[in-house]
Design a protein around this ligand. Structure first.
Ligand SMILES: Cc1ncc(COP(=O)(O)O)c(C=O)c1O
Length: 393
């Protein structure tokens, strides 16, 4: 870990850590103090002066630039959206499909990255699903190769799966897409702010994510990266803000509807300014900490968690290899009684398809993992002692 990763300083930014053992950042983020301050600053400005809108709009551009650097993208490649689903739908409607073209997805991936494409069946698009043999398997170019042909326009998948935590091999998939002229569309909802994501190196055409997990902002804001030069991708929705020459007199010009060249052609109308201001503070913090340090940190917590699970004979649903995982670890246990046990012990986790999902963030520590180990042991003790022990304090 480099010296920039000051675990105590980071933890002090997250008051939630004093109240509970929060292991649920793959669900939603607890607010950091600096992010809350950015929001309250916005509300104070709005409360006291109705808002310096030009200042807010300058901050939007500052935030856009910060977000771009997180993805090794250019500011011109970043648009603000509402969430991942909106980004996926923008992508699905922008791709110039012809009837008979196809899209390849991973079966069981997040539904918000599937319905946008399934909806294109109305345009005659075929949706194909690649299957992974197990929840511990990661997708690579080999997963998609048997399903693609000359009519494949898009491969779309999550970078990190929400339900088992696999970190898919975007590098090989990006190479395959480059060779075959396929758009690579990535749902980075789970990985953004946790793992480095380089859209250039990975040959990602379009990336969509919400900001309410690794980007530390409340729900309602998303980011969309659309690579420069993909001018054939055009928005389904239009507003003044999408246009290359918006009418200064606010009178719509039917003869001049050319869209902007940059990704902001996909933005429509006023943006979620408070959340964007919060995002600015969040990305500033994440950048100071260093995403590569967050990655190293959550992997180290995962290493220790796997040792604990092995010692207690609790199976892990997802991958064990470091390079195949990130911050999400699903315990294969019966959900009902375990969810109750975690809640009784002030441990916040999520029920998941195959068990209980534990997810780490920058503010979690090895002490958190040891405390989790105690809670896990207690479940065993409770069951062998006929439910005698309910909680540890
Ligand atoms: C991989 C993934 N995609 C998308 C979403 C959510 O979609 P949206 O941002 O549209 O609410 C989640 C979880 O909330 C997720 O884990």
């Amino acid at each position: 870990m480099t010296s920039r990763f000051d675990a105590a300083a980071i933890r002090s930014e997250f008051p939630v850590t004093k109240r509970m053992l929060y292991l649920d950042s793959a669900h939603q983020t607890p607010l950091a103090t600096s992010v809350r301050s950015a929001l309250t600053d916005f509300y104070s400005e709005s409360h006291e002066t109705a808002g310096p809108k030009p200042v807010w709009l300058r901050r939007v551009e500052q935030t856009r630039a910060r977000v771009a650097s997180l993805f090794n993208a250019k500011p011109s490649e970043v648009a603000f959206t509402k969430n991942t689903s909106e980004g996926m739908n923008i992508a699905a409607h922008a791709i110039p499909f012809a009837a008979g073209d196809n899209v390849v997805l991973i079966e069981g991936d997040h539904p918000n990255a599937a319905y946008a494409w399934l909806n294109q069946r109305r345009r005659g698009v075929e949706v194909r699903f690649a299957k992974l043999a197990a929840e511990s398997e990661i997708a690579s170019a080999d997963t998609f190769r048997p399903l693609i042909d000359e009519r494949t326009k898009v491969i779309c998948l999550s970078h990190v799966s929400f339900h088992a935590g696999q970190r898919h091999d975007l590098a090989s998939i990006g190479r395959l897409c480059r060779e075959r002229g396929i758009y690579l569309v990535v749902d980075a909802m789970q990985s953004v702010g946790v793992l480095p994501v380089d859209v250039q190196a990975l040959n990602i055409s379009i990336l969509a994510a919400g900001t309410h997990k690794g980007l530390l902002v409340p729900q309602g804001l998303g980011v969309l990266v659309v690579r420069d030069g993909l001018d054939e991708l055009q928005p389904a929705y239009l507003a003044m803000s999408s246009l290359a020459n918006p009418p200064a007199d606010y009178i719509a010009r039917p003869d001049d509807m050319a869209t902007r060249k940059d990704a902001a052609r996909f933005e429509i109308g006023n943006l979620n300014l408070p959340d964007i201001q919060a995002l600015d503070a969040a990305v500033e913090m994440i950048t100071k900490v260093g995403v590569e340090n967050v990655e190293r940190h959550v992997l180290a917590l995962g290493d220790r968690l796997i040792e604990i699970l092995d010692a207690q004979a609790i199976p892990l649903v997802g991958p064990r290899k470091r390079e195949h995982r990130a911050h999400i670890y699903v315990l294969r246990v019966p959900v009902g009684p375990w969810a109750e046990h975690f809640a009784n012990n002030q441990v916040r986790v999520s029920p998941e398809r195959d068990g209980i999902r534990i997810s780490f963030a920058m503010f979690n520590t090895l002490d958190d993992v040891e405390r989790l180990a105690q809670v896990l042991r207690l479940y065993g003790a409770k069951n062998s002692a006929g439910q005698a022990v309910e909680r540890i304090d």
